[in-house]
Structure formats: structure tokens, C-alpha cells
Write a protein that binds this ligand. Structure first.
Ligand code: ADP
Ligand code: MG
Length: 278
């Protein structure tokens, strides 16, 4: 009679359920048969089961975090053509995907560039790599998040809504400059930036350079204060390229397109210069 048949396998299954060890429940039979056949010491058998459960647990956690991150599908570093944005160092991006060194101290990443230049793609790909490396990420269109925060404010729950976002090491705010005038007036975005300053990171994509951000906040002083906090510890990528879609369409017809001019004025000076424009 084999060792396996001497134990009550049904009861074992129940116990493994109760202990929440689904991977062990699933594989112990195969492992036990192999251990019996190959004469594994008991400790080796137990270690193999534990390792398996831990690996599956990590995998399940990562899948949960991935689902919770709401990243756009199919935007990865593997399918991002770095040669289309020669001003960006692939090595630097890959280093940032480890997360250490910037997410730990709540530093930010800001991607500027005209529409179609790959900002959302790159932001999503970085977010995905960070989740795979164990960090918590939430991707959202900026105006969607602001809307949620406005609702929270009306319900006198803005502070707890901001606190709930703390579980994300990185918030990706896509299309930052698309916040509407109504939304700007509530300053929820400013409170988010202040709440995360030097604690939790933001990755912002924007078509508009800092100089145009006056319409995102209720008043110029607040714009200045927000930009000041954002750039204090930030990496800025300027993706001054022509639309990738247009370029690839053109390349199919005639060869590679030329980058279009798009310049981002110097950070705070530009905000100051534009303060009178509202
Ligand atoms: P943006 O957010 O700057 O407006 P997107 O990231 O949405 O631009 O890019 C537009 C489309 O072109 C997307 O389908 C994106 O996947 C693709 N794309 C942009 N840049 C690249 C790139 N460098 N490599 C591969 N695909 C790209
Ligand atoms: Mg985009």
C-alpha cells in the first residue's frame, strides 16, 4: 500500500482549503508520488510544497495588482519603439522600471509631447513593468480621477479618498492638461499633488507644457505651487516627436517622417510668464 493511500485525502483537501493553501492542495498528490518514487527526505518534500505555494501566491498577488491598476491593454516596453523617440534613453526607462530610487521617495515622472507621440503608451508600459516588479500602480485619466475626488469632496470624504490612493506607489495621471475649467475650480488636483508630495509618486502625461497649466488650477499662485511640488523631485521626458501613427502611416508610403518641432518652455519661468493670461 502506498503512503498516499494511508491518509484521508479528502480530509487533507479540506484542511488545505481551511488553511488557504490552494497551490499545495492542487499539486501535493503529484509531488507526493514523485517524493515516494525518488525517496525524497520529508523536509525536501515539505520545502517543495511551500516554495510552490509562495510562487503561486506572488503570481496571484501580481495578477490582482495588475487588474487593479487599470492599465490600457497591450502597451508594453517590448512593443514600444524607442528609436521613434531618440531623446529618451531606453536604459534610463528600464532602470526606472525597477522602481527603487524614485518610488521610494515619492519622486515624479512627467512626459510631455504632442498628441500621438507615445506618452500614454510609455506611461502604461512603465506602469506595467512596475506592477510586475511588485509595486502598486493606478492608471487613470486625470479628469476621471478629479471627478471622483470632487464627488468625495461633496461627500466630505476627500481626505479619506486621498488616503486611499496612498496604497498606490505610483498614480499615472494621463492627459493632465485636459482637466476642465469646472474641475480646476475645485482644486482637488492640487490637494492630490500636495498630499503625495515627497511621499508617493505621480507619473503625468501632458500635451501642454507647464506654461499652459494655468487652466488646470483655480488660480496662478496655485499653478505655481503645484508645478513647484511636482518638479522638485522629477524626471522630465520631452517626447517632441510627430505622431507615431502618422509617422508609421507615412513611413509605409515613403520612408521615415521628420520629428515636428515642439518645445517645452523652462519650467517655472513659463508658469510665471503665463500667469496674466487667464
Ligand atoms: P499620446 O499619448 O502621446 O497621444 P499614444 O501613446 O496614445 O500617444 O500613441 C498613439 C498610438 O501610437 C498608440 O497606439 C501607441 O501604442 C502608438 N505608439 C506611439 N509611440 C509609439 C512607439 N514609440 N512605439 C510603438 N507604438 C507607439
Ligand atoms: Mg495619450
Amino acid at each position: 500500500m502506498s503512503t498516499t493511500s494511508m491518509i484521508d485525502t479528502q480530509r487533507l483537501s479540506l484542511m488545505l482549503n481551511e488553511l488557504r493553501l490552494p497551490a499545495i492542495k492542487h499539486i501535493w498528490g503529484d509531488f507526493a508520488a514523485r517524493a515516494d518514487k525518488e525517496g525524497w527526505p520529508a523536509a525536501r518534500f515539505l520545502a517543495a510544497l511551500a516554495e510552490h505555494e509562495m510562487a503561486e501566491r506572488d503570481q496571484r498577488r501580481m495578477e490582482r495588482h495588475l487588474k487593479d491598476a487599470h492599465l490600457p491593454a497591450g502597451k508594453t516596453l517590448d512593443n514600444f519603439a524607442f528609436d521613434a523617440v531618440p531623446m529618451i534613453s531606453k536604459a534610463q526607462v528600464i532602470a526606472m522600471c525597477a522602481g527603487d530610487g524614485w518610488l521610494e521617495k515619492g519622486a515624479n515622472l512627467i512626459l510631455f509631447g504632442p498628441p500621438g507621440g507615445g506618452k500614454t503608451h510609455l506611461a502604461s508600459a512603465i506602469g506595467l513593468a512596475l506592477v510586475e516588479n511588485g509595486w502598486r500602480v493606478l492608471f487613470t485619466r486625470t479628469s476621471d480621477l478629479v471627478q471622483r475626488l470632487q464627488v468625495a469632496r461633496r461627500e466630505l470624504a476627500l481626505e479619506s479618498a486621498l488616503a486611499k490612493l496612498d496604497k498606490y506607489h505610483l498614480l499615472v495621471l494621463d492627459d493632465f492638461a485636459y482637466v476642465s475649467r469646472d474641475q480646476a475650480e475645485t482644486s482637488a488636483l492640487f490637494e492630490l499633488i500636495s498630499a503625495r508630495y515627497e511621499r508617493r509618486s505621480l507619473l503625468i502625461t501632458a500635451n501642454q507644457p507647464f506654461g499652459e497649466w494655468n487652466r488646470v488650477f483655480p488660480d496662478p499662485a496655485m499653478t505655481l505651487a503645484a508645478v513647484d511640488r511636482l518638479v522638485h523631485h522629477a524626471t522630465i521626458f520631452e517626447m517632441n516627436v510627430e505622431s507615431y501613427r502618422r509617422r508609421t502611416a507615412e513611413a509605409r508610403r515613403s520612408g521615415p517622417g521628420r520629428p515636428a518641432a515642439f518645445t517645452t518652455p523652462k519650467v517655472l519661468d513659463a508658469v510665471r510668464d503665463n500667469q496674466d493670461d487667464r
